[in-house]
Design a binder for this molecule. Structure first.
Ligand SMILES: Nc1ncnc2c1ncn2[C@@H]1O[C@H](COP(=O)(O)OP(=O)(O)OP(=O)(O)O)[C@@H](O)[C@H]1O
Ligand SMILES: Nc1nc2c(c(=O)[nH]1)N=C(CO)CN2
Length: 157
């Protein structure tokens, strides 16, 4: 059994609908025991600022699905939302990124393959991930820093 923290975002079309559909579909998948979502929040675009405001959140998912298979499952949900990938970090109907994965002993998984890097390489730089993650897991800390401190630090940067 794994515990996944998955970042969800959308800034094109019926944003909340795409996110809700992804959540509803994920809950029906064999091997997915539970999915809960943080509240969704409006966030200014990060990285590529020349695009619309995002709706972002984080799902916590308990699942027996292996990380690479979870990635492919999430990519299928993105395709179901007619996601196109023309512009890197550009507008998208639905984005689902695996942020963190813990195994049943509670150990943080490190994955480094051409297709999948976990922890997600940018998660600790992105308040649109850290704020909803902190809602689900306020005591989380990473590399010796609490998530609250990190979110504050990014806010002030
Ligand atoms: N932890 C991860 N979660 C999701 N995709 C990942 C992860 N690690 C590597 N990838 C790879 O990233 C590729 C590009 O994904 P995508 O186009 O969604 O990037 P993005 O979400 O726009 O940018 P970013 O990854 O910086 O958030 C995917 O094809 C996937 O193989
Ligand atoms: N606010 C916000 N900005 C972004 C987002 C996102 O989900 N939310 N996703 C990106 C590429 O993954 C790049 N920039």
């Amino acid at each position: 059994m794994y515990t996944y923290y998955i970042s969800v975002g959308s800034n094109l079309g019926k944003r909340e609908g795409y996110i809700q559909t992804a959540l509803d579909t994920l809950q029906t998948v064999d091997g997915v025991m539970s999915v809960i979502s943080s509240t969704l929040l409006e966030t200014e675009p990060w990285g590529n600022t020349d695009q619309g405001v995002f709706l972002n959140g984080v799902f916590r998912c308990e699942s027996t699905i292996e990380p690479i298979d979870m990635l492919h499952l999430l990519q299928g949900l993105e395709q179901a939302a007619n996601r196109d990938r023309k512009v890197h970090w550009g507008p998208r109907t639905l984005d689902l990124d695996i942020i963190l994965v813990f195994d049943e002993s509670g150990a943080l998984l490190q994955v480094n393959t051409p297709e999948l890097i976990v922890p997600h390489p940018y998660f600790w730089e992105r308040n649109f991930v850290l704020e909803p993650l902190a809602e689900l897991w306020p005591e989380f800390s990473y590399q010796g820093q609490s998530i609250r401190q990190r979110a504050q630090e990014l806010q002030e940067a």
